[in-house]
Design a binder for this molecule. Structure first.
Ligand code: GAL
Length: 669
């Protein structure tokens, strides 16, 4: 287990932004004629951008043939950008190995779950376990770091690009199988320990040695959930190790320059907390339109939020990655207009690029970089907007950045995000657990977490994300919607703290080995709660349960548990099946849901818990969202009607007005 780390509110002193939002852009000099570079750099600087990210897909331009290095164009590009006053974030190009490299070493390529080798011709065509690819990735990263590590215009590094994009964390190659066996041998030491953990007495799955073990794909039925969760853990460790290899190289050659990686929305394929320990700043890529279309909301809500996006999913990730970056978070790619890759790609309402930029800042982001400078008239992303049209005319996003820059001068600098009163637990191991053993289709942990976060946001409450390695001191309430595998050390810290806790269903339902705890769920949480879970059900969408909470009846669906408890019953089931059975139970320290609360029940439950923990709430904000950074309060209207912002009488509005138009915002102090 990890050691506790400092809480996310304790930021490093050396914040590059000097306390005010900085802006940047993603640029691909290799994609444009040399004659455009100066003009591009000048226009970026003139617009007010101070950062530019380059290089993350440039390997075949740097090394077009084995060992033949062409640095001259990159030297020049960095000089041109730097001379214009821009700070370069240099990407290591390992997300896109060149053709000659995969031809020479075909075992670099990843293999999908159906056993098909994924071919060259796009990007991310590598397997994290390929020993050859580790050597090659280290070689190119080192060559770049040696050349540019102390370059005056290179101010930060990005390693690779979007680990996990295009479903590339899980590879079923021979290289992965070899590495998995070694990983298992290191984890279990003795094959009998593995047999025990995986429950191989079941269905005669016994192994005599680690060398007999295969990856969990292509089986007749599902694998042992422990086999699967171990494979997910192993794959996560492979990503962390791959990243660490490059981080160590960059640190050696480029002291003092922060290292980042750009994470994605809704990706839990690897443990971001663990990887975050090896980088200096977490960054992530913000594509709210695709997030809405591919996301959790009903079709009616997707239609309602079509051009404004899910009001909570973006903030969720700002807060999550602020924790992953231990207080330091950037947006490396901000959607500047319509994109190309979701199921449908609608344009955002005019004004949303500005809104998303301020939303990021309000949630603790210090730098927002737009993807991309100019729309590409060729290749895969032709439908993806840039700040400029393909002919270099300014597009809508460009004009909105101008607005942001004008508004920035109206705000004081040095305002920092304060520690929240509510901590929100996201545990990646627990995500692997529900993925490996879902028990029906009605439970999606990522949707559950987003729904709970949304309820907190609608009540105007700021939250900090934590992992099980984190300290909980100073929080009034710890909210854990899906803590399936609680770490006893975390539970002990929680027990010793003054924080109260709210747990969602399935919390504590599995041990590290993916077994039902010996004394029944919620396993180690029995330290906080006097309950045992004796039955769980996943429920189809055509059935609704009724829950009686106070004097009100609420609908609930999807999941139900039967619990025995010596604690107070705060809500109970009131339908035909086992009427009177506890639905929410608790004591003065912790509460547990035997129901999957949604909609009105979720709002009521979260509101009551906040009051129980002494956290102040706002009346349901509807489509308005608030966030605080230092003395500043930001209000964002994601709805389609104007709303009145709750501006205190003694406050001064710095941006916007008390009445906020759809897709607009205001900021007060
Ligand atoms: C990101 C990726 C970028 C670009 C962008 C398009 O996932 O990092 O390289 O493809 O999506 O929206």
């Amino acid at each position: 287990m990890h050691e506790p780390i400092a809480d996310p509110a304790n930021r490093d002193a050396a914040t590059p932004g000097q306390g005010m939002l900085e802006l940047g852009v993603c640029y691909y000099p290799e994609q444009w004629p040399r004659a455009l570079w100066e003009e591009d750099a000048r226009r970026m600087a003139e617009l007010g951008l101070t950062w530019v990210r380059i290089g993350e897909f440039a390997w075949s331009h740097i090394e077009p043939r084995p060992g033949e290095m062409h640095w001259e164009w990159m030297d020049e590009a960095i000089d041109v950008l730097g001379r214009a006053g821009l700070k370069v974030i240099l990407g290591t190009p390992t997300a896109a190995p060149p053709k000659w490299l995969v031809d020479r070493y075909p075992d670099i390529l990843p293999v999908d779950a159906a056993g098909r080798t994924r071919k060259f011709g796009a990007r991310r065509h590598y397997c994290f376990s390929s020993r050859r690819y580790r050597i090659e990735a280290a070689r190119i990263a080192e060559a770049m770091a040696e050349r540019y590590g102390r370059h005056p215009h290179v101010h930060a590094w990005q390693i690779d690009n979007e680990y996990g994009d295009h479903d590339t964390v899980h590879s079923y190659s021979e290289e992965a199988a070899i590495a998995f066996r070694a990983w298992l041998a290191a984890r279990y030491g003795d094959i009998e320990a593995l047999n025990e953990a995986w429950g191989t007495a079941f269905w005669s799955m016994r192994y005599n040695g680690f060398d007999e073990i295969d990856l969990p794909n292509g089986l007749v039925e599902e694998p042992s959930p422990t086999h699967l969760v171990d494979y997910f853990r192993f794959s996560s460790d492979q990503v962390r190790d791959f990243n660490r290899l490059q981080a160590d190289i960059l640190r050696r050659h480029s002291p003092g320059r922060p290292i980042t990686h750009n994470f994605m929305s809704q990706n839990t394929d690897f443990d971001h907390h663990a990887l975050g320990a090896d980088i200096d700043i977490a960054s992530w890529d913000v594509y709210p339109m695709g997030g809405l279309v591919n996301g959790r909301l009903s079709e009616a809500d997707k239609a309602r939020y079509l051009r404004h996006g899910d009001p909570d999913l973006v903030s969720f990730h700002h807060d999550l990655y602020r924790a992953v970056g231990r207080g330091r978070v950037w947006v490396m790619e901000q959607q500047p207009g319509p994109v190309n890759w979701a199921a449908y790609n609608q344009a955002p309402a005019d004004g949303m690029v500005r809104l998303w930029t301020w939303l990021a800042y309000a949630h603790g982001v210090d730098m927002v970089s737009y993807f991309r400078w100019r729309q590409a008239p060729f290749a895969q992303e032709q439908f993806h907007a840039g700040l400029l049209l393909p002919n270099s005319e300014e597009d809508q996003g460009f004009r909105e950045v101008q607005t942001v820059i004008a508004e920035r001068s109206l705000l004081p600098s040095g305002e920092e995000r304060q520690k929240a009163r509510v901590a929100f637990v996201l545990d990646y191991d627990s995500r692997y657990a529900t993925r490996a053993l879902p028990q029906g289709r009605s439970y999606d942990a990522s949707h559950v977490a987003a729904d709970w976060y949304a309820a907190l946001s609608r009540l105007g409450v700021d939250v900090d994300f934590i992992g099980q390695h984190s300290d909980v001191d100073g929080y009034a309430l710890v909210v854990a919607p899906d803590l399936v595998i609680p770490d006893p050390a975390f539970v002990a810290r929680l027990a010793a703290s003054k924080a109260r806790a709210l747990f969602g269903p399935r919390s504590g339902s599995k041990t590290k080995d993916m077994h039902i705890p010996a004394d029944l769920p919620p396993g180690p949480l029995a330290r906080l709660l006097d309950i045992s879970v004796t039955r769980v059900e996943s429920l189809p969408p055509y059935h609704q349960e009724t829950v009686l909470y106070g004097n009100t009846r609420f609908a609930a669906s999807g999941w139900r548990e039967t619990v025995r408890t010596g604690n107070d019953v705060l809500a109970s089931f009131a339908g035909d099946y086992r009427p009177g059975a506890p639905a929410v139970v608790g004591n003065e320290k912790a509460r547990y849901c035997a129901v999957l609360p949604e909609g009105a029940l979720l709002m009521k439950l979260i509101e009551d818990c906040l009051h129980w923990a002494g956290v102040e709430t706002m009346p349901d904000l509807g489509d308005l969202r608030l966030a605080r950074r230092g003395r500043l309060t930001f209000a964002f209207n994601f709805g389609n009607e104007p709303v009145d912002a709750p501006v205190p009488t003694d406050a001064r509005i710095l941006v916007g007005a008390q009445k906020i138009a759809p897709g607009d915002l205001s900021i007060w102090i």
